[in-house]
Design a protein around this ligand. Structure first.
Ligand code: ATP
Ligand code: MG
Ligand code: MG
Ligand code: MG
Length: 472
């Protein structure tokens, strides 16, 4: 089955069960200050769960554009290193707003996976929240799953929350064992690429408060999410999401641009780099299409970090020119029928990404040279930690986000002094604050416009720590 048919068959299945098919919300949340990016299908229904809004239907299904690169759900560091976490992905979901509950949610998920899509039952595992006997019994009585494949887990894996606050509840998940000898039971939730989580069925019952307490909601709801790239890979018989037809046009384009062929290994440096580039190009294209801009603060800085990370990985393919913007057209062409906004916006998005790439490429080489000098002098003196001051210099002068420096350091088997880096950031912020104060006082004294001299050279970026820390 082609990926587009898989998406459609999910939607058709739930439409036949009385679900209203809705459009994906933008990947930039319209008015939710607790989120930088849409991180799950349920975000657009948060008001319904909290009893603050209604919809003219009580069952819905869709495919939702998600980005998990900040805040509570942040998979950025896994991307490329594994084969099933993306920054941008589609989440297929079905919802009940105070309508059906656990029995239907579990029964239909099992029906779709095993009757319609014919996944081998002996490879599937169900997990439930440790004290959720009701779900445990539904799995045992209402489905023909192997009873030894129903496992209980605690808060970390089986209690789902969208952020620090908001709707949440216990969940039941479906995992697939892709090992050759069906020995994967022990690997469920163990971050092993051969046993992966496919679908999460969340039973929304509570509202997490800022003080950490849980307030019961007036109604119980169902909120499910299945990774579209993961289910597509499984149904297409692939060991990796990147081997599916969702990614092949992007890999072909990257090969054309760089002359490097994807070998599909887990650890090969160039394969990791190609996965990162393909993934990050999608995140950038979708986020900018929906109105975000790379910048120095909050959401914009997350995008800037993603772009810079991708460009540094492009060096592993010996690519020194802007390339991400050239992938925007491929993404628009292959996904524009499902997300028409990509086609409408792609010329603008291309321009924005291109200019962002060009500006970082001006300092990337010099920054990489400085980094190499720092590492060689550390190594010759037997040290293993890059000082906060050096990490800050790379950040401030060469535009290296600290996570990029951390990543490069890790590749060299060394660390960075995170506290020292934060101290430098703090000092710079303080300097900027007192500059601002002095300026204001000066203005009050003279009461007229005045020359700000080289003010620009003193202005600092403080959004990364301030805004991101607030939302993390
Ligand atoms: P994992 O444990 O694999 O990180 P999760 O438990 O964080 O996944 P959920 O929040 O339960 O994921 O999201 C619902 C579904 O969305 C998951 O079952 C998975 O199929 C998919 N999914 C989650 N994160 C990603 C990601 N970064 N890339 C691709 N698919 C994802
Ligand atoms: Mg996760
Ligand atoms: Mg999980
Ligand atoms: Mg999960």
């Amino acid at each position: 089955m082609k990926s587009r048919d898989i998406r459609q068959s999910f939607l058709d299945f739930f439409a036949a069960k009385g679900h209203h098919i809705v459009r994906s919300a933008p990947v930039i949340p319209a008015d939710d200050p607790t989120l930088l990016f849409t991180n799950a299908g349920m975000n657009q229904f948060k008001d319904v769960f909290l009893d603050k809004g209604t919809r003219p239907y009580s069952r819905a299904a869709d495919t939702q554009k998600c980005i998990r690169a900040s805040g509570k759900h942040n998979d950025l560091e896994d991307v490329g290193r594994d084969t099933y976490h993306h920054t941008f992905f589609e989440m297929l979901g079905n919802w009940s707003f105070g309508d059906y509950y656990k029995k239907e949610a579990i029964g239909w998920a099992w029906e779709l996976l095993t009757d319609v899509w014919k996944l081998p039952k002996e490879r599937l595992y169900a997990t439930v929240y440790h004290d959720d006997d009701e779900s445990f019994d539904i799995w045992r009585r209402e489905t023909d799953i192997d009873p030894s494949h129903i496992l209980r887990f605690g808060d970390k894996d089986n209690f789902w929350e969208m952020g620090e606050t908001g709707p949440c509840g216990p969940c039941s998940e479906i995992h697939i064992d892709l090992t050759d000898d069906l020995s994967g039971g022990e690997l469920v939730n163990a971050d092993d690429y051969r046993v992966i989580e496919l679908w999460n069925l969340v039973f929304i019952q509570s509202d997490r408060q800022p003080d950490g307490s849980l307030v019961p909601l007036p109604n119980c709801h169902v909120d499910t999410g299945m990774g579209f790239e993961r289910i597509t890979a499984v149904l297409q018989g692939c060991q990796s999401n990147y081997d599916s037809d969702i990614f092949s046009p992007l890999f072909n384009a990257i090969t054309e641009l760089t002359g490097v062929t994807y070998e599909a290994s887990l650890d090969g440096e160039r394969d990791v780099a190609m996965r990162v580039i393909a993934d990050h190009a999608r995140a950038l294209a979708f986020a900018i299409t929906d109105g975000a801009m790379p910048g120095n603060e909050g959401r914009g800085y997350v995008l800037r970090r993603i772009l810079r990370r991708a460009l540094r990985y492009a060096r592993k393919l010996d690519c020194r020119k802007p390339l991400l913007y050239k992938l925007v057209g491929v993404i628009a062409e292959t996904m524009g029928d499902v997300f028409p906004e990509l086609k409408q916006q792609y010329a603008t998005v291309e321009k924005i990404i291109r200019s962002e790439e060009e500006s970082f490429l001006l300092t990337l080489d010099r920054g990489m040279d400085i980094f190499a000098d720092i590492v060689s002098s550390l190594k010759s003196s037997g040290e293993t930690v890059i000082s906060g001051h050096d990490a800050f210099r790379l950040y401030d002068t060469y535009g290296f986000p600290v996570d990029l420096t951390r990543l490069m350091a890790e590749e060299e088997g060394i660390g960075i002094d995170e506290d020292g880096f934060e101290a430098c950031m703090h000092q710079q912020k303080e300097r900027a604050r007192s500059d601002r104060r002095r300026k204001q006082q000066g203005q009050q004294k003279s009461g007229t416009w005045q020359w700000l001299g080289d003010e620009r050279s003193h202005s600092v970026f403080c959004g990364y720590t301030e805004l991101e820390a607030d939302s993390c």
